[in-house]
Design a protein. Sequence first.
Length: 91
Amino acid sequence: ADLDGIEADQLAYSQTNQHLTAAELVSRKSHASLLLMEELELDAVLITTPLIVALFMAGMSQFLVGYNTSVMNSPSSVVFEGHTTFQWSLA
């Protein structure tokens, strides 16, 4: 927002040899801040239901890979005696 005010001041000075007043600079800064806020609000809408489902599925697939690896390589009789296969998969 500050850069927009500086650019506008430089442009006004190059065209009219007068700098912008403090009120004009504040007005431009508030307008630029509002534009930035609108852009941030639009980004908040990008979290959609399909995105949440995809993230959940990606997380669950990693858990399943770990679980299946532990089932295939279950040394429960040697390591962690007394624990179930499920407890071994979480370890």
